[in-house]
Design a protein around this ligand. Structure first.
Ligand SMILES: [Zn+2]
Ligand SMILES: [Zn+2]
Length: 168
């Protein structure tokens, strides 16, 4: 997902609009970064790069839909995340140590890298099928959203257990 910056760099244009999609290598990189999430691919990424007389700004908009297992009951859940962000593009003499900037290489700008950085910031750490998901029974593994299983899940007081056996 690389944008040709030539028209902007040579001054032919002051703004480039783009509408790009992820390629298979990038999709593989996504599943490596988020092993528990299956993104619906290709991911479409829209935006523009503007030359603001002296510095350049990348604006990105992307809606990613995905499927991930509920953290409590493991049921697959469909989710969506909307990314909308801006990044400043570094000039020639900016130190490469500076994380705030993105860089042009071979007159091309990689859009995928800032996208994944933003995704790492905004992706929820765990996905739930619903806020009040009851999860699975720790004993029999039944999905408790579908009903109770009848397992005794309350921890019994060992002192009471002793009393019970004495009373028998
Ligand atoms: Zn759930
Ligand atoms: Zn159970």
């Amino acid at each position: 997902m690389k944008l040709d910056m030539q028209p902007l760099l040579c001054g032919e244009k002051t703004k480039i609009e783009f509408d790009l999609a992820t390629v298979p290598e990038e999709e593989a990189a996504l599943s490596e970064l988020f092993p528990d999430v299956e993104f619906h691919t290709p991911v479409s990424v829209k935006g523009n790069v503007k030359n603001m007389s002296g510095y350049m700004v990348l604006t990105v908009d992307s809606d990613l839909s995905f499927t991930s297992d509920c953290a409590r009951c493991t049921k697959p859940v469909d989710g969506e995340i909307k990314l909308s962000f801006e990044r400043e593009i570094a000039g020639r003499d900016t130190s490469r140590e500076n994380d705030d900037y993105i860089f042009i290489e071979d007159k091309k700008l990689d859009i995928f890298e800032p996208l994944t950085e933003q995704l790492l910031l905004e992706m929820p750490s765990r996905v739930l099928c619903s806020e009040d998901c009851k999860g699975l029974c720790p004993k029999c593994g039944k999905n408790l959203n579908e009903g109770t299983c009848g397992c005794e899940t309350k921890t019994t007081d060992p002192r009471l257990e002793i009393l019970k056996t004495l009373l028998k």
